[in-house]
Design a protein around this ligand. Structure first.
Ligand code: ATP
Ligand code: MG
Length: 412
C-alpha cells in the first residue's frame, strides 16, 4: 500500500479525555476516531489490526471444529422474555421499538438467538454436539464507557456457544476453548492469566476469565504467590496477605484487563427456552450449553497498551497492520524512488504486506509517523541506494544495519 493513499489521520495531541496510554496513542496514530462516548470508528490502520485478530480467531476456532455463523444484532423482545432477561437485564440493554410499536433490543450477547437457532433442529443426541461462533458488533449502554475501546457501548466480540448432551462433553469443549484462547491471545502478543470468575448476568455453573495483567485494568485479581490459584476479587473476596485457599501460600493482588470470559451455562437457556432433545436412554432432557466470549476491540486495545511507549507502537508480528515499512529519505530523488518501488514490488509479490511512504514529507516527520504506525521492520532508502544498499531496522532490537539489497530476504 502506498502511504499517500492510506487514510491515517495522525494527531499531534491526544484527545483530552484519553486517560490511558493505549487510548492516547491509538488516537494519535490514526487507528480510531471517537464518534460519541463509547462509540468509535475503526480507521484503516486500526481496522487492519482488527481483521488480523479476527483471522487468528477464525484459524484457531476452525481448528477445534467450530462453525462460524452470523446472527442479527437486532433482536425481538419475545426471545428475551422467554429467557427472563428482558426484565432482568436493566439499563445496559439498548432497547428500541419498531414502527408497529413492537419491542426490540440491540444484542449485548446472543444466548437467546443462538438457542432459537438450534432448538427446532436438535431433537436427538445424534445431532449433538454443535459448536457455533460468530464475530459481531455488540451493544451495551455501559454506565461508564471509557479508555477508548476498552469499555465501549458498541464493540466487536467473538462469541461462541456449545450444545452438548452431557456435562462430560461440556467439560471437553470448555477445555478445547481454553486451549484455543491461550493460543489466540499469545498470537496477539498477550500473556493471559486464567482466573475463576463470577457467573454474573449470564448465569450458569462455572466461569473463567482471561486476564492481561495491566495497571490500567478495571478488574482486581487475587492470585497465589506459590501455586497457580487465581480468582477475580469479586468472586474470591480475598485480600493481600490472606492464605491461598488451595495451598495455604500468600495471596497477592494485581490489576487485569478482561479480554475473554468463558462460561459453563448448563441448562439455564435450554430449560427456559425449551431446547430439549431425546437422550441415548430415550428420555427428554434440556441441551447442556457453554458460551465463550472474546472481546476483539478490547484485545486490540490491550495489545497496544502492552506494546507501546508514549510516542511509538511496536506491533506483535501477527497482528501488525503491515509487515514492512519502506521509507525513502527523499522521494524526489530518482534512484531512491525507483529503489523503493522495486523493493516494494518485490516484497509484495512474495506475499508481504508492505507500506511505502511515498509522501513528499521531511524525513523527520516520516520517521515520527512511522514510530506511531509501529511496524517492526523498517527499510530506509537513502543516499546509499546508488550502491544498492539500504538501512534495515528491526525495531524489536537496538540499532540499524546497512545491508545490500540483494541480502534483504535474509533479514525479514
Ligand atoms: P466486563 O466485566 O468488563 O464488563 P463482561 O463480563 O460484561 O465484561 P462478557 O459479557 O463476558 O463481558 O463479554 C465477553 C468479552 O467481551 C469480555 O471478556 C470483554 O473482552 C468484552 N467486552 C465486554 N464488555 C465490553 C465493552 N463494554 N467494551 C469492549 N469490550 C467488552
Ligand atoms: Mg460488563
Amino acid at each position: 500500500m502506498k502511504q499517500s493513499l492510506l487514510f491515517v489521520p495522525t494527531l499531534k495531541d491526544a484527545p483530552k479525555d484519553a486517560e490511558v496510554k493505549s487510548h492516547k496513542i491509538m488516537s494519535r496514530a490514526g487507528l480510531i476516531k471517537q464518534v460519541a462516548a463509547g462509540i468509535y470508528t475503526y480507521l484503516p490502520l486500526g481496522y487492519r489490526v482488527i481483521r488480523n485478530i479476527e483471522k487468528i480467531i477464525r484459524e484457531e476456532l476452525d481448528k477445534i471444529g467450530a462453525s462460524e455463523m452470523l446472527m442479527p444484532a437486532l433482536q425481538p423482545s419475545n426471545l428475551w422474555e422467554e429467557s427472563g432477561r428482558w426484565e432482568q437485564y436493566g439499563p445496559e440493554l439498548m432497547r428500541l421499538k419498531d414502527r408497529k410499536d413492537r419491542d426490540f433490543c440491540l444484542g449485548p450477547t446472543h444466548e437467546e438467538i443462538v438457542t432459537q437457532s438450534v432448538r427446532d433442529y436438535v431433537n436427538s443426541y445424534k445431532k449433538l454436539p454443535l459448536v457455533l461462533y460468530q464475530i459481531q458488533t455488540k451493544f451495551r449502554d455501559e454506565m461508564r464507557p471509557r479508555f477508548g475501546l476498552m469499555r465501549g457501548r458498541e464493540f466487536i466480540m467473538k462469541d461462541a456457544y456449545t450444545f452438548t448432551e452431557s456435562y462430560e462433553d461440556l467439560d471437553i469443549w470448555y477445555k478445547k476453548f481454553t486451549d484455543a484462547y491461550i493460543k489466540i491471545f499469545q498470537r496477539c502478543g498477550l500473556d493471559t492469566k486464567i482466573v475463576s470468575s463470577d457467573v454474573g448476568q449470564i448465569g450458569g455453573d462455572e466461569a473463567d476469565e482471561f486476564m492481561v495483567m495491566s495497571e490500567v485494568g478495571e478488574d482486581t485479581i487475587t492470585y497465589c504467590r506459590s501455586c497457580s490459584y487465581a480468582a477475580n476479587q469479586e468472586h474470591s473476596g480475598l485480600e493481600v496477605g490472606d492464605a491461598c485457599p488451595e495451598c495455604g501460600g500468600t495471596i497477592a493482588i494485581a490489576k487485569g484487563i478482561e479480554v475473554g470470559n468463558i462460561f459453563k451455562l448448563g441448562t439455564k437457556y435450554s430449560e427456559s427456552m425449551n431446547a430439549n432433545f431425546v437422550t441415548k436412554e430415550g428420555t427428554q432432557a434440556p441441551i447442556i450449553m457453554g458460551c465463550y466470549g472474546l472481546g476483539i476491540s478490547r484485545t486490540l486495545m490491550a495489545s497496544v497498551e502492552q506494546h507501546s511507549k508514549d510516542d511509538s507502537i511496536l506491533w506483535p508480528k501477527e497482528i501488525a497492520p503491515f509487515d514492512v515499512h519502506i521509507i525513502p529519505i527523499n522521494i524526489k530523488d530518482d534512484i531512491q524512488r525507483e529503489t523503493s518501488l522495486k523493493i516494494y514490488t518485490d516484497l509484495s509479490s512474495k506475499g508481504y504486506e508492505v507500506l511505502l511512504d511515498d509522501r513528499e514529507e521531511r524525513a523527520g516527520s516520516k520517521f515520527k509517523d512511522a514510530d506511531l504506525i509501529g511496524i517492526q521492520y523498517r527499510i530506509i532508502v537513502g543516499k546509499d541506494a546508488k550502491d544498492a544498499k539500504i538501512e534495515f531496522v528491526d525495531r524489536s532490537k537496538e540499532g540499524k544495519e546497512v545491508i545490500e539489497i540483494e541480502n534483504l530476504a535474509k533479514y525479514i
